[in-house]
Design a binder for this molecule. Sequence first.
Ligand code: 2AM
Ligand code: CA
Ligand code: CA
Ligand code: CA
Length: 264
Amino acid sequence: MTNWKQIDTYAKKWIEEAGEKLRCSFEKKLNIETKTNPNDLVTNMDRETEQFFLDKITETFPGHRVLGEEGMGDAVSDLKGIVWIIDPIDGTMNFIHQQRNFAISIGILEDGIGKIGLVYDVVHDELYHAFKGQGAYMNDKEIPKLKEVAVKEAILSLNATWVTENKKLDPSILAPLVRDVRGTRSYGSAALELAFVAAGRLDAYITPRLSPWDFAGGAILIEEAGGEVSDLYGNPLDYIKGGSLFVSKPGLHKEIRENYLKNL
Ligand code: 2AM
Ligand code: CA
Ligand code: CA
Ligand code: CA
């Protein structure tokens, strides 16, 4: 029998330890490299943090698999058994330029079903946490269930890229929504944006392109807070391939899909 309480306790302990290491790293010199393009950044701390989790998980739970952004874990092509989906630093650009607005994200799935979601806002020492069926918490304070909100009173998070010429989405699709909502925000960390939707600080978050490690932790938080999670078409998320993402408070999801996303 899987001891989920034990997994949960370790996951929280390790994410807090990893966060402390990231806070300490501000005093040291960062080693910054680029990946697929000049703005796709990675640092020694992204790699060290992923390795830290990998070492802890393989030592403590040898049967579990790890899918991490920096590729130190397993080559995961199915979701059988227990899989930890980890983004060691979500918002690396912010980590480098701002020393804030980044998070560590962990989603733990069993046979493809999200069981534990953790998003740690390291600088604010705010740990967003959910266990399937038991609600969502921020630092042990239960997050109240999300309530409905109208488009005209909603704060929408999205990257400005998606209302300019881009390879993923016709910019005219989201422009009317941007015009109709109360306000827009962009934090540059998908995991934090998901945690903010779960906590009710944002009403919706839309993006045409994410990887599984960007949303695995945050999606569980939103489901447990009573929000809605899907891709842009209303389909379930793909925790192997990733893809588009649309999360929101209840009700708003259907309204936006029917009135703004129907021409996708
Ligand atoms: P990262 O910092 O872990 O790379 C920035 O708007 C958000 O998008 C961050 O969550 C960032 O995660 C993520 N991101 C950056 N490049 C991406 C890419 N090529 N595909 C998917 N997500 C990306
Ligand atoms: Ca990255
Ligand atoms: Ca990420
Ligand atoms: Ca990352």
